[in-house]
Design a protein around this ligand. Structure first.
Ligand code: PLP
Length: 346
């Protein structure tokens, strides 16, 4: 579609941004909640809104405590620091955010090695096949990290029994378990599994407020109360200790109050998108939450052609295309995206 040029006005085609659920803007009501927030210096532990958010998140996840941090990456890396020292090994699913999308933080800051378990959503068999014994010539096996939902895998919800079986084996072998739950809210809404049950597989859990929930900034990492002093130190070390962060925590609290249940609409729209793009290889049956992925021989070229039609999408590696629905896109936008993309043959 090219812009229609009239005698007095230029009508532009509205861009549709399906690159990520991080592109949402705070709503007027959220901005009001931010403006009203009571704040203090959180480095001194004096921001009541940050503390309220941490208690809220810990309660929602059934954990003893939680810490507010600027990003999901930092939440994951603090968790890694809580479990691993330099030279230790952490096992994670294939294409885990932990290992692939955090700019090498595990190596740069922690000195831990990430070992892939070969598939995005590993079970006990995958861990059994790759786990090495705690002998002096191996890295020390310390951690298993799960990702729910799985980002690269297309927003797949971790089958609960599989996650539980993996965690059970990990504990049997003396390993800690971390859950990267940047989109755990989506897993909860899509599966109906209570959040504490989803979180119970892990010792530490990270969650994001700036994805589908629509807050502008922020994540949290949950843990046992006794780990708080360590977590505070690691956050400080990473540069994540903030001052009057209550204005950000207020946005996250507002999102938990008002946006959590609305994720179901994002999931419905993602399925509709997959249905509409079935001809390109999208599969509604494999679209469990708000992410649609399909294979394309030249993902970058497809992304570029979609952009020419004002649909912004992303490539996950050379042959996977990803479209993500979010609360700033309504039914009409999804139908328009389908219309613009259907003509783009593979
Ligand atoms: C987005 C995401 C994160 C955190 O990303 P930030 O951009 O650092 O907030 C962590 N894990 C997964 C699986 C994600 O999708």
């Amino acid at each position: 579609m090219t812009p229609r040029i009239g005698p007095r006005t230029i009508r532009r085609v509205t861009p549709i941004d399906l690159r990520s659920d991080t592109v949402t803007r705070p709503t007027p009501a959220m901005r009001e909640a931010m403006a009203r927030a009571e704040v203090g210096d959180d480095v001194y532990g004096e921001d009541p809104t940050v503390r309220a958010l941490e208690e809220r998140v810990a309660g929602l996840l059934g954990k003893e405590d939680a810490l507010f941090v600027p990003s999901g990456t930092q939440a994951n890396q603090i968790a890694l620091m809580l479990h691993c020292q330099a030279g230790d090994a952490a096992f994670a699913g294939e294409h885990a955010h932990f290992g692939l999308y955090e700019a090498g933080a595990a190596g740069a800051f922690v000195g831990a090695q990430i070992h892939s378990l070969g598939v995005p959503l590993p079970g006990p068999d995958e861990l059994r096949a790759r786990l090495f014994p705690d002998l002096f010539y191996y890295p020390r096996p310390r951690l298993v990290a799960l990702e729910n939902t799985h980002n690269h895998g297309g927003g797949l919800v971790y089958p609960q029994e599989r996650a539980e079986a993996l965690a059970e084996l990990a504990r049997e072998k003396g390993l800690a378990v971390h859950l990267d739950g940047a989109r755990l809210w989506n897993a909860h809404v899509a599966s109906g599994t209570p959040l504490p049950k989803l979180a119970a597989v892990a010792d530490t859990v990270s969650v994001c407020f700036s994805k589908g929930l629509g807050a502008p900034v922020g994540s949290a990492v949950a843990f046992e109360r006794a780990r708080r002093p360590d977590a505070l130190r690691y956050r400080r070390r990473m540069g994540g200790a903030l001052r009057q962060a209550g204005i950000l925590a207020a946005a996250a609290l507002h999102a938990l109050d008002h946006h959590l249940g609305e994720l179901a609409a994002d999931h419905r729209r993602a399925r509709r998108l997959a249905e509409g793009l079935a001809g390109l290889g999208a599969d509604p049956a494999k679209t469990e939450t708000n992410i649609v992925v399909f294979e394309h021989p030249d993902a970058a070229a497809f992304v570029a052609r979609a952009a020419e039609r004002e649909v912004r999408i992303s490539a996950m590696g050379p042959r996977v295309v990803r479209l993500t629905t979010h609360r700033d896109l309504d039914d009409e936008a999804i139908e328009a995206a389908i219309e613009r993309l259907v003509g783009l043959d593979p």
